[in-house]
Design a protein around this ligand. Structure first.
Ligand SMILES: CSC[C@@H](O)[C@@H](O)C(=O)COP(=O)(O)O
Ligand SMILES: [Zn+2]
Length: 249
């Protein structure tokens, strides 16, 4: 089966998922999102899901290293943990993030899901841990407008909206995060991301462009939040300040 379906990862089109995953991961490595083999990215093109191998240097991946599966065949399988691949590269194992990426594809019909080990995301989860909180909230920041309003909703959040990103606790094995990620999606149906304590973040979007720009906007906001905390500035603008602004309108 493996070699017969090599055509699934062979294309001259730079926007083909099999070419995009390696090129995106190479870019993400420079941002510190996928260093030391951590993190990754998966793309769904209609029923086909493209996945990276596990434990490889994600910035050095080639299209021939990728796994391909049918999403429908996956959901139809009686044995959810048994995965059927249309294409499997030799001598590699599929990413441990696979069930988490599949959750974004099946529960939110995402076209792309990115997992980063960004230190900004990790630091935000640590700051929230010290406050006993399991949701990141920030308001009145222009970059919030880079995040969509939610699943099956059109348009993006506005400047006056509060962005909320749930946090789940880390587990010893990546795949054990799946049930908690799914629970967070149910509790926050409009979220496009879930932070993982002391680990990183999963971000998705309806297509590659949206997943990438939302991940960039969130990383920007996580970094900003860490710097604000250092300066003693609150993440939610206080009502007093809102009143003060209204006074001088
Ligand atoms: C530095 S090891 C990180 C892994 O355990 C995991 O968290 C991860 O993000 C990547 O898993 P992988 O199976 O290599 O795709
Ligand atoms: Zn990870």
């Amino acid at each position: 089966m493996a070699s017969s379906n090599d055509h699934l990862v062979q294309s001259d089109d730079p926007n083909h998922p099999a070419n995009l995953i390696p090129s995106l991961c190479a870019k993400f490595w420079h941002l510190g999102w996928v260093t030391g083999t951590g993190g990754g990215c998966s793309i769904r093109d209609d029923d086909l899901v493209y996945l990276a191998p596990s434990g490889v240097q994600k910035e050095l991946m080639k299209s021939s290293d990728l796994y391909v599966m049918s999403l429908a065949a996956q959901s139809a399988s009686l044995f959810k943990r048994q995965r059927i691949y249309l294409r499997e590269p030799k001598g590699l194992k599929p990413s441990q993030c696979t069930p988490l990426f599949l959750a974004a594809f099946t529960k939110r019909r995402a076209g792309c899901c990115i997992h980063t080990h960004s230190q900004w995301a990790v630091l935000v989860t640590l700051l929230l841990e010290s406050q006993n909180k399991n949701v990141f909230e920030i308001s009145h920041m222009e970059q919030i407008k880079g995040i969509g309003k939610g699943f099956e909703k059109s348009g993006n959040l506005g400047y006056h909206d509060t962005l909320r990103i749930p946090v789940i606790e880390n587990t010893a094995h990546e795949e054990d995060l799946t049930e908690f990620l799914e629970e967070a999606m149910d509790e926050y149906p409009d979220t496009y991301a879930v932070l993982v304590r002391r680990h990183g973040v999963y971000v998705w979007g309806e297509n590659v462009h949206k997943a990438k720009t939302q991940c960039e906007s969130l990383d920007y906001l996580f970094q900003l939040a860490v710097e604000m905390k250092k300066l003693g500035l609150p993440w939610i603008r206080s009502p007093e300040l809102v009143n003060l602004q209204a006074q001088y309108k």
